[in-house]
Design a binder for this molecule. Structure first.
Ligand code: HEM
Length: 151
């Protein structure tokens, strides 16, 4: 029994589910009418996205170093690196939506009649949809790597 491993695993799962919830919330909100209030909410949710993603990195690295299997189990496993790559791609894809949410919210506060340009909204929807799809691959790689596939 190892309490550190257990605590890290619990936090890892809670954080990962929170991130999934946040991507889901963004996905739903960008389908609705983007009023100034919704844009503010999106900016707030997106800020939590950043915080949770950083915590996942810290706890994830903690699992690699202090987990029961030892770091050698992961660093030579390509499923682990595929998981890391998928996570990095999700992070990179989230940059454009973050920049847009901030810019739209700023414009909506400055001019009350502001309408989000249709082309920008369509592109942000594509980014978030792609993010959600690639995010789904992460638990697939995680489950495989945890069971020793990927050498
Ligand atoms: C820097 C980021 C991350 C690192 C370093 C990391 C690392 C790890 C490690 C070391 C384990 C333990 C596997 C084992 O029991 O041998 C694990 C498990 C897991 N990770 Fe991550 N992780 C990261 C991000 C994520 C993300 C974003 C997700 C989102 C879905 C995720 C989902 C999972 C799942 C579902 C498991 C449990 C796998 C199983 O036991 O079947 N991880 N992760």
């Amino acid at each position: 029994m190892d309490t550190t491993d257990l605590v890290l695993a619990i936090f890892h799962h809670l954080l990962v589910f929170s991130l999934a919830g946040i991507i889901g919330a963004e996905f739903v909100l960008i389908r609705s009418d983007l009023s100034a209030a919704t844009l503010k909410r999106l900016v707030g949710i997106d800020r939590h996205y950043g915080i949770i993603a950083m915590l996942i990195i810290v706890v994830g690295i903690g699992r690699v170093i202090y987990g029961l299997k030892g770091w050698e189990f992961y660093v030579y496993n390509w499923m682990f690196w595929a998981k890391m790559a998928a996570f990095a791609i999700v992070g990179l894809l989230s940059i454009i939506p973050t920049v847009r949410f901030l810019s739209w919210s700023r414009q909506a506060s400055a001019s009350p009649g502001f309408q989000v340009p249709a082309a920008e909204l369509a592109s942000v929807r594509t980014y978030v949809r792609t993010e959600a799809f690639i995010f789904l691959l992460i638990p697939v790689f995680a489950a495989a790597m945890a069971r020793g596939y990927g050498y």
